[in-house]
Design a protein around this ligand. Structure first.
Ligand code: NAD
Length: 490
């Protein structure tokens, strides 16, 4: 029997209607209101101010958290300072045991953490379940391994912890960013005061519960919730010896100014506008998957997102055709549904920022493409978007959108690709798609980006250092490099 051949375009359009497959939320208990985690227990705050944290997919209030004030932050820093005396003197293998324990409990409570992360932040459950939470556990696991090997990590140097680390994190990977901050700090013998982002405080508060379950000595980890004011109180507190900040370049600059001359150690992980570069010899189908993963993963709320696609002119047409077809198959909707590819935008403010930048792209003359896509009535949503006919001077090609929006530019030669990739104030990451190993190395040598992925994108591993150049910040997190900002090497 002859099998009728169908054109690839026709086949790609055949998306299956999936039955709803929502993750159960029965095993998750979110308290109606939370206190602060200070000195090993949840305490009532001094501040009388509270604010709600909502589910961006439904706009429903999940809980209420404290906006910690100066007294609360002082209380937390003092608890961390007190705990430092014992924690820094603890036999390193015992410190390692506590950190292993945190990792194991994260694994044990992974389902609960994944659901909370998705409800509070809007990201698809398959991402929080398969990426955020396993990577957070892996980070603690990896740094637990370093805790009793610091003497060997830095030859002929004597590593010493610094004291209290003040850490402030954003909302795009809440638990994972917490792990990036807390795991190396504890392994190096420091204690911490961490402030999660105002729209996603819940997984950090769940982590406070995990610290209690692990019987971590009181004060080694302290969690204070609040907005920018609370963050600035944490980083400027005189007893904080080291500041680790992940967030926008704008706030990073404010912090750098505030800390100048104070002698505090500082690392900044800031924004990005990465180039994902596809050469004419690249495997196109794999590249399309890499482009989709690069910019539509986590609704594009990714500092190292491949938000500028640089495609070699000779293959621009077939690549874009494949890419547009693939966009049509992405499922947008309930983040708790296991089939969802694109969840909710994290907040109303972020949605407005994306809309404003997309409008500017249309006004400046770029051509917009959005697949047919029904947006849910409640919540904050933005469809996967692609711009062609983009000039390098357009705002959508220069500014970080932090949403599911891709700008496509073309190039003819490798040199032109490098020039365009580097033509940005940022320098966090880049991607290269080609069949030739020598070309990957040639490109990687010339690009001013902290991470260069080859024939893949957005791949993270605790053993691998991550960080930026230029306005993407300084300092590295992950790997042996990630220990250095938390140690004095004498
Ligand atoms: P943001 O800078 O507004 O906020 C980040 C955190 O800083 C929040 O917890 C916030 O409350 C706090 N904050 C705000 N003002 C502060 C101040 N004056 N002093 C101290 N803390 C303050 O950024 P955002 O919108 O939450 O996050 C998105 C940004 O984060 C994007 O630009 C993204 O690129 C960046 N980011 C970078 C990385 C990286 O590793 N380089 C990772 C994730 C996100």
């Amino acid at each position: 029997m002859a099998i009728a051949k169908r054109a690839p375009a026709e086949l790609a359009k055949q998306t299956f209607e999936y039955a709803p497959a929502p993750e159960s939320i029965d095993h998750v208990k979110i308290e109606p209101r939370y206190g602060l985690f200070i000195g090993g227990k949840m305490v009532a705050p001094h501040s009388k101010k509270r604010f709600p944290t909502i589910n961006p997919a439904t706009e429903q209030k999940l809980s209420e958290v404290v906006e910690a004030d100066e007294v609360d932050v002082d209380h937390a820093v003092k608890a961390a300072d007190k705990a430092f005396e014992e924690w820094s003197q603890l036999t390193p293998s015992r410190r390692a045991r506590y950190i292993f324990r945190l990792s194991r409990i994260i694994q044990e409570r992974a389902r609960e953490l994944a659901v909370v992360e998705t409800m509070d932040g809007g990201k698809p459950i398959k991402e929080s379940r398969d990426v955020d939470i396993p990577l957070a556990a892996a980070h603690f696991f990896y740094y637990a391994g370093w805790a009793d090997k610091l003497e060997w990590a830095f030859a002929n140097r004597k590593p010493r912890p610094l004291g209290v680390a003040g850490q402030v994190i954003p909302w795009n990977f809440p638990l994972l960013m917490l792990a990036w901050k807390i795991a190396p700090a504890l392994a190096a013998g420091n204690t911490v005061v961490l402030k999660p982002a105002e729209t996603t405080p819940l997984s950090a508060l769940l982590f406070a519960d995990i610290c209690m379950q692990a019987e971590l000595p009181p004060g080694v980890v302290n969690i204070v919730t609040g907005g920018g004011k609370t963050g600035s109180l944490v980083v400027t507190h005189p007893a904080v010896k080291k500041v680790a900040f992940t967030g926008s370049t704008e706030v990073g600059k404010l912090i750098a100014r505030a800390l100048a001359g104070t002698g505090k150690r500082l690392t900044l992980e800031l924004g990005g506008k990465a180039a994902n570069i596809v050469f004419d010899d690249a495997p196109l189908d794999a590249a399309v998957e890499g482009i989709v993963n690069g910019i539509y993963f986590n609704q594009g709320h990714v500092c190292c997102a491949g938000s500028r696609l640089l495609v070699q002119e000779s293959i621009a047409e077939p690549l874009l055709e494949k890419l547009k077809l693939r966009l049509g198959t992405l499922r947008l909707g309930d983040p708790l549904d296991k089939n969802t590819d694109i969840g909710a935008i994290n907040s109303k403010a972020q949605l407005e920022k994306i809309e404003e930048l997309v409008e500017s792209g249309v006004e400046e003359g770029a051509e917009i493409y959005q697949p047919e896509c029904k947006l849910p009535e409640r919540g904050y949503w933005f469809p996967p978007t692609l711009f062609t006919n983009v000039s390098q001077s357009y705002r959508i090609a220069r500014e970080e959108i932090f949403g599911p929006v891709l700008s496509v530019l073309t190039f003819r030669t490798p040199a032109e690709a490098v020039e365009k990739a580097n033509n940005t104030p940022y320098g966090l990451s880049a991607g290269v798609w080609t069949d030739k190993g020598s070309r990957i190395l040639w490109m990687a040598e010339r690009m001013r980006a902290g991470v260069v992925w080859a024939n893949t994108f957005n791949r993270f591993d605790p053993t691998s250092p991550f960080g930026g150049y230029k306005e993407s910040g300084f300092g590295r997190e992950g790997g042996r490099h990630g220990l250095m900002p938390y140690l004095e090497l004498v």
